[in-house]
Write a protein that binds this ligand. Structure first.
Ligand SMILES: [Ca+2]
Ligand SMILES: [Ca+2]
Length: 176
């Protein structure tokens, strides 16, 4: 399948680089599991907390979906990862991949269960994926009502658009 260099492909490649933390040029389940562990560590979620377990279970489902779409292999290089993400994103027959995973991530970030995450929470999340803090204007744009918090819905919507928007800037201004 020939996949155009869409926003999703771009995000997939950035994700691949973050997940492939030992620069092996392929990722396996252990790499994905380590990512879930990183969330647990960064947000200081106890091992026994249901939300930490749910996040790992979601990553496991995500991994199984990627393998299913990539076809009979148990590790993924960057192209297969991109193909898997693309196929999984258009196939809603199993579960809504990004929303389910994003919601599990939100639960871990929102450890005090207020239903909202702060700028600090958001920036810690961002650092798991990127070197350094995000441009502070990103949070300002996501926190449309400027109350200092992102709700679950706003967070899920923001992640959805980061993945799928061909033109993230334009969509941000029209979607909220
Ligand atoms: Ca909170
Ligand atoms: Ca807000």
């Amino acid at each position: 399948m020939d996949i155009p260099m869409t926003r999703l492909a771009h995000m997939s490649d950035r994700m691949f680089e973050a997940i492939d933390s030992n620069n092996a040029d392929y990722i396996c389940w252990e790499d994905m599991a380590r990512l879930a562990d990183t969330y647990q560590h960064v947000f200081e979620v106890p091992e026994t907390d249901r939300r930490a377990q749910a996040l790992k279970a979601c990553y496991r489902m995500y991994w199984m979906e990627l393998l299913r779409h990539a076809g009979g292999i148990d590790r993924l290089d960057k192209d297969h990862f991109r193909l898997g993400n693309y196929a999984a994103s258009v196939d809603t027959s199993r579960f809504n991949l990004t929303d389910g995973l994003t919601s599990a991530i939100f639960d871990v970030i929102d450890l005090d269960a207020t239903g909202k995450i702060t700028r600090d929470d958001f920036e810690q999340h961002f650092r798991i994926w990127c070197n350094g803090a995000p441009d502070s204007s990103l949070y300002d744009r996501l926190d449309v009502d400027a109350d200092g918090y992102l709700t679950r819905q706003a967070f899920i919507r923001a992640m959805r658009e980061l993945y799928f928007a061909a033109n993230f800037e334009n969509l941000l201004t029209t979607a909220f």
